[in-house]
Design a protein around this ligand. Sequence first.
Ligand code: C5P
Length: 406
Amino acid sequence: MLKGKKILVGVCGSIAAYKIATLVRLLIKQEAEVQVIMTDAASDFISPLTLATLSKNPVLTRYVADDNTGEWSNHVALGLWADLMVIAPATANTIAKIAHGHCDNLLTAVYLSARSPVVLAPAMDLDMWLHPATQRNISQLQADGCQIISPGEGELASGLHGKGRMAEPEQMAEWIATFFSAGRPLAGKNVLLTAGPTIEPIDPVRYITNHSTGKMGYALAQAFADAGAQVNLISGPVALQLEHPSVQITHVQTARQMHEAVTTRTATADIIVHCAAVADYAPAHAATQKIKKQGDKLTIELVKNPDIAADTGQKLQAGQVHAGFALETENEQAHAQSKMERKNFDLIVLNSLNDAGAGFGHDTNRVSLLFREGKREVLPLLPKSEVARIIVRHLTNILQAKSHVV
Ligand code: C5P
């Protein structure tokens, strides 16, 4: 499947480096041409001889060979050779370096020279992964056009349990095969998506929320990733799991946290979709202690939450696609239309609670799509995965139309 594809594999110093032998083997089996670059630290974890034998090419570690032959590795030529550069395992250190344009070894210099797309498979301990510095660097690299194969959850070499395990070689090989296959109209594009409910604390044990399960938003995340996009999913609390190498999930609880998570990622997104059922109001003050039962009445003062979609709609840059959902119980069309204008959407998906099998918690949905220019498409009752696929197709078309105009 990868016949003749030139793949440059950059290996950094992490215990996950031992899995790269399997990745190289899988790529060679699919008839790719593979060259491996290793950092010094990487060779503490896996022998260059192993990767040279499997890749059928000498492993490159330095600008100049150690053996006095005067041979040197031309980082510019390597950067031009590759159809794809895969940095795996990508350590926190190398991620930080390339996010800032450092090039103090062959791998980082080739990264700077590469004209090909670059994909990173991070591997590190969970606290290193969650550290704001690492997350900032990852966002920067995504903004620079890198794709990320998200680390998985599980037992880490430190003995801790959490996120940070490098994706398995089979998963990476599949990602690479999909990357080179057709039918990925959103390859290289970033999608920002909200999903699920928000919860607004009243006190440490109680909160205000709604019935959203996140099923529609998670189906959209899957459909966007299947179309080749890199997806940033900002999710309220839901009981769903989604493990996809191209989907990065940020978990939030309140509307304000969701607003912040969206705001920091808006500038780098090509498509932004608001699917979350965001609470419109939150208690003005969450009590620090459990509120005691007293009297016949209890009044909780609520204050308005930020409207994330409306705020994003005001900050859009040329070429960005903006879409949202509306759930109406009366005057559906008119309300959805005015929402589309107020929030500066290109497309609004109208859910109706009046339809059996549609809305909260169901695996099916019946929606209408309203487009900015006034077109309307009414869909039949369909599985949410199919609704998601249709929405992704329309948003892809809108993105392509905008990019022709820009
Ligand atoms: O105004 P309404 O809540 O009906 O609008 C629904 C759309 O706006 C959805 O796309 C929802 O995700 C988004 N929204 C938001 N922030 C809010 C309220 C709604 O992003 N505070």
